[in-house]
Write a protein that binds this ligand. Structure first.
Ligand SMILES: CO[C@H](O)c1c[n+]2c([nH]1)[C@H](O)[C@@H](O)[C@H](O)[C@H]2CO
Length: 444
């Protein structure tokens, strides 16, 4: 008796800006990440996605590699600047790449899962205000509509946004990601426009796509623990949970923003742009929820004057990103979703993985035991959730291959496949062979 039934999907995930390269090929225009990478000090060693893993040209080899590993689904994102390189100007050459990629996947019995937006906003949109300009909702609708019409016959699983928390708070408040603003008021407005755009795409999808097609969103969620039982730390954990999780889960699944966060944000940011009609658009029924999980958070009372919740360093095993390895929180998050938000709605782990100091040994292999252990522990938690009645339909390991890790450039390796960026040679890490075995036995 296997642990994962025949319908469970074992997948891998990537994103356009992180793997494609070909940044100015076949009509693609600049994205905010092309711009951000060219600004001094924003990205490690000035790295950028101009070439990346050259997936744009090497996709056939990459699909064959997935096939050989027994991969059943591939989550990738579409680069908006390939499809609409200028406002209102559709570029059919851009779509053609995704038709080629999707055709190759389907020929190899690999299910495509497409993320419509994984952070590479066209620069023309940002020049017009980007996610700060509510018109972006219509631009996103035009983009999504074109994808559904051109690819909807082949692609049956759609994710509107990858991690709106990152596209808003990490990019407009914390400032670590493009476009690198540091304004809470902007971040709150951006988070709302992102969710409106999500709802717009769902609305359009329901009018265009056949019933065998599914649409959802991917959220990065973590479990927040107070550093101590003190009332101050518990209050900090509540705010951190609201900032990271409930600000997105509540409007999407409950049709309202969390009151505590509205009140807190309201002290520093305008929130009067939120209307009841907006919340209706945001909270339309979904076919699934994608969950990206990497680590938990332990917070104490902070003094930043806004959230006053400061993450502490926990003395426990960590990955190369400094993220604590804490698989139990994956189970806890999934159970919370099931009990409070999604109930029987299908869930996917759309990202889980780890960066480690991977090196090619003298034997030509990459012996990434730590990554195998990381994945094993997290798959066990997912199995636990399924055994407890959870409706988990699949798991996408982040990532298929080493790739451009945003502000960390190419300094962090998340792949189960090693990439030699000098030669673009791919080397299966031991974790890829471990995954191949897991897929074939379906037993953790
Ligand atoms: C706290 O981690 C976030 O949930 C997160 C981690 N990750 C992500 N989101 C993004 O979706 C990927 O593009 C990153 O490459 C990947 C690895 O950093």
């Amino acid at each position: 008796m296997s642990d994962f039934n025949k319908d469970f999907l074992f997948g891998v995930a990537t994103a356009s800006y992180q793997v494609e390269g070909a940044y100015n090929e076949d009509g693609r225009s600049m994205s905010i990440w092309d711009t951000f990478c060219r600004q001094d000090g924003k990205v490690y060693n000035g790295h950028n996605g101009d070439v990346a893993c050259d997936h744009y040209h090497l996709y056939k080899d990459d699909v064959k590699m997935m096939k050989d590993l027994g991969i059943e689904a591939y989550r990738f994102s579409i680069a908006w600047p390939r499809i609409f390189p200028e406002k209102g100007h559709y570029n059919s050459k851009g779509i053609d790449f995704y038709k080629r990629l999707t055709d190759e996947l389907l020929k190899n019995d690999i299910k495509p899962f497409v993320t419509i937006y994984h952070w590479d906003l066209p620069q023309w949109a940002d020049d017009l205000g980007g996610w700060l300009n509510r018109e972006v909702v219509d631009w996103f609708g035009e983009y999504a509509s074109k994808l559904f019409n051109e690819l909807g016959g082949y692609i049956k699983n759609w994710i509107t946004l990858n991690e709106p928390w990152c596209s808003s708070f990490l990019s407009y408040f914390i400032g670590e990601h493009a476009p690198g603003h540091k304004d809470l008021g902007e971040a709150v407005l951006v988070s709302h426009n992102l969710l409106l755009a999500h709802g717009k795409a769902v609305e359009i999808f329901r009018h265009i796509n056949s019933s065998d097609s599914k649409i959802g969103i991917t959220l990065n969620l973590n479990e927040v623990f107070p550093a101590t039982d003190s009332p101050e730390d518990k209050a900090a954990a509540q705010i951190a949970d609201g900032f990271q999780n409930r600000w997105f889960l509540d409007p999407i699944f409950k049709g309202e923003y969390p009151k505590d966060m509205l009140e807190l944000f309201g002290k520093y940011a305008k929130t009067d742009f939120i209307t009841d009609d907006d919340l209706k658009q945001i909270s339309q029924k979904l076919d699934f929820l994608g969950v990206n999980y990497y680590t938990r958070a332990v917070v104490k009372k902070g003094n930043d004057g806004i959230l006053n919740a400061e993450q502490i360093d926990v003395d426990n095993e960590k990955t190369e990103m400094g993220w604590e390895v804490y698989p139990e929180s994956l189970y806890n998050i999934l159970m919370r979703l099931k009990n409070e938000y999604t109930f029987d709605l299908p869930l996917y782990i759309t990202e889980n993985g780890a960066a480690y100091k991977d090196v090619v040994s003298d034997d030509g292999h990459v012996h990434d035991e730590k990554r195998i252990e990381f994945l094993k522990k997290h798959f066990k938690q997912v199995k636990r959730f399924i055994d407890d009645g959870g409706n988990l339909k699949g798991y996408f390991v982040w990532s298929l291959m080493d790739n451009f890790e945003w502000a960390h450039g190419y300094s962090k390796r998340f792949g189960i496949v090693y990439v030699d960026y000098e030669t673009e040679k791919r080397i299966l890490k031991d974790s890829a062979l471990w995954y191949k075995n897991l897929i074939s036995t379906r037993t953790i």
